[in-house]
Design a protein around this ligand. Structure first.
Ligand code: CDP
Ligand code: CDP
Length: 208
């Protein structure tokens, strides 16, 4: 059983994916971490993020053991990730790892931008999570503020809009809702309410 969760930055897809995976007893993969890790390693080697050769070499040798790096969760890593994510060969190099992860028993939940459209077009359940840019910026701002990052809300909103545009406009695997995905707008939903709504959608889809 494969559950595909896609959506823009700070829509709540990661939180939802983890809650669903715990609930269902499935493995969970935050695929944004793959792109974040590629960008981190390209920069660490001293190459430009736009350099396709460096990025592809890193993507081919990516070590999943090194995804659990707190640095990867930051806003800068997300921006850097969206630059290497535009390189088609990088996306291709990361496909087999994601697909193998998705196929494990008893099931897997993957979240990202192109899980329902490209990585797992045959996923049993596809949910496209969204929220207004202002709500998403407010959420990201609260996270950063709690960490004492000293960043302005307006800056966070501008970053969210810029990353949305970069992800939606790219030629390969753009952020898009699969034709057979179910839409979940979390703008006015708490984490708990979004989880309950998603469980309802899944039950409706697979009839359990
Ligand atoms: O993975 P993604 O970037 O889509 O978002 P996330 O990391 O799951 O959520 C971003 C922030 O919004 C986190 O601090 C969540 O706790 C919060 N959130 C929320 O306030 N309400 C929701 N319904 C979902 C997430
Ligand atoms: O949590 P948030 O939505 O802010 O970011 P993320 O899911 O960690 O993704 C970071 C960046 O990686 C995104 O802005 C995309 O450019 C890229 N990404 C992608 O292209 N495809 C995926 N399946 C996941 C992430």
């Amino acid at each position: 059983m494969i559950v595909a969760i896609d959506g823009p930055a700070a829509s709540g897809k990661g939180t939802l994916a983890k809650r669903l995976a715990d609930h269902l007893g499935y493995a969970c993969l935050d695929t944004g971490l793959l792109y974040r890790a590629v960008a981190r390693d390209v920069a660490a080697w001293g190459f430009r993020l736009e350099d396709p050769w460096a990025a592809v070499a890193v993507a081919r040798g990516l070590d999943p053991a090194r995804f659990e790096d707190p640095e990867l969760r930051g806003a800068a890593a997300g921006d850097a990730a969206s630059i290497v994510a535009r390189i088609p060969q990088v996306r291709a190099a990361l496909l087999s790892y994601q697909r193998a992860f998705a196929r494990q028993a008893p099931g897997a939940v993957l979240d990202g931008r192109d899980i329902g459209t490209v990585v797992c077009p045959d996923a049993d359940v596809k949910i496209f999570v969204t929220a207004s840019p202002e709500v998403r910026a407010r959420r990201r701002f609260s996270e950063l503020d709690a960490r004492g990052a000293g960043v302005a809300y307006e800056t966070v909103l501008a970053d969210i809009l810029a990353r949305d545009a970069r992800d939606a406009d790219r030629a390969i695997s753009p952020l898009a809702m699969a034709a057979d995905a179910m839409l979940l707008d979390t703008s006015n939903l708490s984490i708990e309410a979004a989880f309950d709504a998603a469980v309802g959608l899944i039950k409706r889809k697979i009839g359990q």
